[in-house]
Design a protein around this ligand. Structure first.
Ligand code: BTN
Length: 255
């Protein structure tokens, strides 16, 4: 077993050797009425999915490929907050287990030494202005060597092993992530988003910095001011106008 210390998260675990995508399985389980806290973990994904229709490279036995099913009693616009909660939980878990200090790049990348080690993909199903299910997909590069990555990723992605020279037990990481996530999620349901927003901002790389946000309608340059209570990025351009960015790729400007 995973030795879980949680009340709800991970009490029901679907473990698979090889899957298309843990997201796909979690969506099906959600549809079948599975409870909040159900998780799907696989050793390998054949067609792991990333944001913006990208692929997520998920080789066997090296990383954490996991989807967590939540059923919060919230309106759909609150769903992005859950991505930010997951990001904080993962950063805290990596800090605790590895003593490394990762940072968050809005909205949902976690980086070590400027390279991506974690991706989060949140997908929601809602009915009549009420969330039915949220599936938080978490991909963590744990024990990959550099040659495990496709060449085009080798300069932008990394793993805990590459950055620290040490291998980590994936079950231990999962256990700590679920414990942190449950704690933050409960805190969020009881006290709202503000305490988590402050934590998130303390880990974020881009706040106060000059960035370029590439959205589907074009690029906007400006200084990242922070996030709104709904997890939307606020960007102030050179004319002092604030832009609210819901979905984009962020690039930090080189000096
Ligand atoms: C991203 O950074 O683009 C998000 C990547 C999310 C990857 C995880 S791995 C587990 C889950 N299953 C998937 O197919 N994708 C997510």
């Amino acid at each position: 077993g995973l030795g879980l210390q949680t009340e709800r998260l991970g009490r029901f675990i679907h473990f698979e050797e090889s899957v298309d995508s843990t997201q796909k399985i979690a969506h099906k389980l959600a549809y079948d009425g599975m409870k909040e806290g159900t998780i799907v973990v696989a050793e390998e994904q054949i067609s792991g999915r990333g944001r913006l229709d990208r692929k997520w490279h998920s080789p066997k036995y090296t990383g954490i490929w996991m989807s967590v099913l939540l059923r919060p009693n919230l309106p759909p616009p609150k769903a992005p907050q859950l991505t930010l909660i997951a990001a904080v939980a993962i950063v805290q878990a990596i800090e605790e287990v590895t003593r490394l200090q990762p940072n968050i790049k809005w909205p949902n990348d976690i980086l070590l030494n400027g390279k991506k080690i974690v991706g989060i993909l949140t997908e929601m199903q809602a009915e009549a202005d009420k969330i039915n299910s949220v599936i938080i997909g978490i991909g963590i590069n744990v024990n990959q060597q550099l040659e495990h990555f496709p060449e085009e990723l080798q300069t932008i992605a990394s793993s805990l092993l590459i950055e620290s020279g040490k291998t980590y037990t994936r079950a231990k990481l999962i256990q700590v992530i679920l414990a942190k996530l449950e704690k933050l999620y409960d805190q969020y349901l009881q006290h709202g988003f503000l305490p988590i927003k402050l934590l998130w901002e303390s880990y974020a790389l881009s706040i106060g910095k000059q960035i370029v946000a590439r959205t589907i309608t074009g690029s906007i340059k400006g200084v990242a001011k922070g996030i709104t209570d709904d997890g939307v990025l606020m960007l102030e351009d050179k004319d002092g106008k604030t832009h609210y960015i819901h979905s984009a790729d962020i690039e930090m400007e080189k000096k």
